[in-house]
Design a protein around this ligand. Structure first.
Ligand SMILES: Nc1ncnc2c1ncn2[C@@H]1O[C@H](COP(=O)(O)OP(=O)(O)OP(=O)(O)O)[C@@H](O)[C@H]1O
Length: 244
């Protein structure tokens, strides 16, 4: 079975600076919760923006749901199926009220007003957020905005989720609730997070982006035999250096 998402040999650099991504490849399979870690400015958000077609890579190929994604029309279709929760909820929420913000996606995908409102209530119940339904979006706290942006993306019933720093601004209770919600969702997802505790609870696989390269952090540790061999080699090198 082919992967849901495949990025092959992706390279990119902003005009202002050096290469951010250097021949990066990744796959996302059904049921995975794939975490991407790495230092600030490593290019993690850039990678997600490339995946959904907001930035065109200088090199490499993107395929999703079995189709190559090249033209803008390909990415428009992809964005209907991939829910992207961006780092700053203020970039995600733009309607006057919470109910309008969450209904926007389903309406845009062709739902009737009644259908969209039914989805809003279902998602608000799922996230225990009914009390925020009629609130004015820009008056919400940072954590409330974060949860409403998750609700707005879930309302679009995406096949895959991308979450960029979803735990930012969440208190302990809401963090635990978000963990439970994500664990119960059937969708495959890619999560960017600096929070090791959150990652340990949810990750099925972890990649690290550093110096433009992605490496697998969940690769099996080397075996006892390998460690023994490494120790022998290290001793041999140390003896050789001492003899010189
Ligand atoms: N629009 C832009 N124009 C120029 N440079 C940019 C732009 N957006 C990001 N960058 C730069 O590209 C690099 C990668 O940024 P990116 O936001 O992808 O990193 P990140 O790994 O998500 O960082 P963080 O963990 O801090 O969120 C950074 O050096 C950043 O300053």
């Amino acid at each position: 079975m082919s992967s849901l998402i495949e990025l092959n040999d992706i390279s990119y650099g902003y005009r202002s600076g050096q290469k951010v991504l250097d021949r990066v490849s990744l796959t996302l399979d059904a049921g995975e919760r794939l975490f991407i870690t790495g230092p600030n400015g490593a290019g993690k958000s850039t990678l997600l923006r490339i995946l959904v077609g907001l930035i065109k890579p200088h090199h490499g190929r993107i395929s999703a749901f079995g189709q190559p994604r090249v033209q803008e029309a390909d990415f428009h279709d992809l964005r209907c199926r991939v829910g992207f929760i961006v780092q700053d909820p203020d970039d995600q929420l733009f309607c006057p009220t919470v109910v309008e913000d969450i209904a926007f996606g389903p309406l845009n995908l062709g739902a009737s007003r009644d259908e969209a409102l039914a989805i809003v209530d279902e998602v608000l119940d799922q996230l225990h957020l009914r009390h925020l339904r009629e609130r004015i979006t820009h008056e919400l706290s940072g954590g409330e905005k974060r949860l409403v942006s998750v609700a707005a993306v879930l309302a679009m019933r995406p096949d895959v989720l991308l979450l960029d720093e979803p735990t930012n601004a969440l208190d302990e209770e809401n963090l635990e609730r978000l963990e439970e919600i994500l664990r119960d969702l059937p969708q495959a997802m890619i999560l960017i997070s600096h929070d090791p505790h959150f990652r340990r609870k949810l990750a099925t696989r972890t990649l690290e982006l550093r110096g433009g390269k992605l490496s697998d952090r969940s690769a099996p540790k080397c075996s006892a035999a390998d460690r023994g061999r490494d120790a022998v080699n290290a001793n041999a090198n140390a003896s050789a250096s001492a003899a010189q």
